[in-house]
Design a protein around this ligand. Structure first.
Ligand SMILES: [Zn+2]
Ligand SMILES: [Zn+2]
Length: 308
């Protein structure tokens, strides 16, 4: 059995070959409790680097479903501090420690990120005291964090990877919300975070290889009738706005994420209306949990869920 599994691992496309940019949607949903759509979390694998964008519900579980060890993730970027984007952070921090994180965990995010991380650590004080002693004797070094509160512009640079933060327009009292652009070799990805139509994001995403953009859709009758739905639509991006965004950016491939479909809207209906309004060089699909998008000379999409 073990030999058989090993063989399967060798022949599946799940493991990433070196020098490739791959994006995995770990959570494609919203605060809504949905077993199929955990709230937002996106893993970007650039060669041998792993960067995590948001840590929504179940991030640690989704990483384990794709056979990624928590201790191999050392850079986390928050788009904003709405709970659906950070509620999975304590699990990543603490379980990563239990499973032998060795390097400092770097966390980049808007103003308030330091306070959030410090308070989460404080909240686990009792557990930390216990695990430092016998029999576990974990080392404090595995819980080391470095927090950088960012503004827009270049926020991270390594030998092959650059991450730029983009001011976006989330509204609804959220002062600091960012999208991110990740450059790796000749490929680039833009992650919108939560936002309404954002000119800054459109400018940053011109000709991007992959755009991961949030979407919210509701029938116009419902928008007219419900003040609450109108409010939600004002904080998020409608299908009509997405058509405009994709046509303006000429993004080659768009994954619709943070999926919020209200009042009987369906993925099929939304996708048809979007794709029929795009040029032949652009295409949009809906994201789902554990969808991998691999950018080589073409775009490959597949599920990285080992448990199915
Ligand atoms: Zn939000
Ligand atoms: Zn959100």
């Amino acid at each position: 059995m073990r030999l058989f599994l090993f063989f399967i691992f060798l022949i599946t496309p799940f493991t990433l070959s070196a020098e490739v940019l791959r994006v995995v949607i770990l959570g494609s949903g919203t605060p809504r409790l949905d077993i199929d759509r955990f709230s937002q979390s996106i893993l970007v694998e650039a060669g041998d680097e792993r960067l995590l964008f948001d840590t929504g519900r179940g991030t640690a579980i989704r990483l384990s479903q794709m056979n990624v060890n928590l201790s191999s993730v050392n850079n986390i970027f928050f788009t904003h501090l709405h709970s659906d984007h950070i509620v999975g952070f304590p699990d990543v921090l603490m379980t990563g420690w239990v499973y032998q994180r060795e390097k400092t965990l770097n966390i980049f995010g808007p103003s308030g990120t330091k306070n959030f991380v410090d308070n989460i650590k404080d909240a686990f004080n009792e557990d930390i005291k216990i695990r430092l002693k016998k029999p576990e004797e974990l080392k404090m070094s595995g819980l080391k964090t470095y927090v950088k509160e960012i503004s827009d512009g270049l926020v991270y640079k390594s030998k092959n990877v650059e991450v730029h933060a983009i001011n976006v327009d989330h509204g609804g009292g959220v002062e600091h919300a960012y999208g991110y652009k990740i450059n790796y070799k000749d490929k680039s990805v833009v992650i919108s975070g939560d936002t309404n139509y954002s000119e800054e994001l459109v400018n940053a995403a011109k000709n991007v290889d992959l755009l991961v953009h949030e979407i919210a859709a509701a029938p116009s009758s419902l928008v007219k009738k419900s003040e609450k739905v109108r409010g939600i639509m004002n904080y998020h991006t409608t299908p009509r706005e997405l058509i405009r965004i994709i046509n303006q950016t000429k993004a080659k491939f768009t994954v619709l994420n943070h999926v919020l479909l209200l009042g009987g809207m369906t993925e099929d209906k939304v996708l048809k209306s979007i794709n029929s309004s795009l040029s032949k060089d652009s295409k949009a699909i809906f994201g789902y949990d554990l969808l991998a998008i691999e950018l080589t000379d073409r775009v490959n999409t597949y599920s990285v869920d080992y448990t199915k």
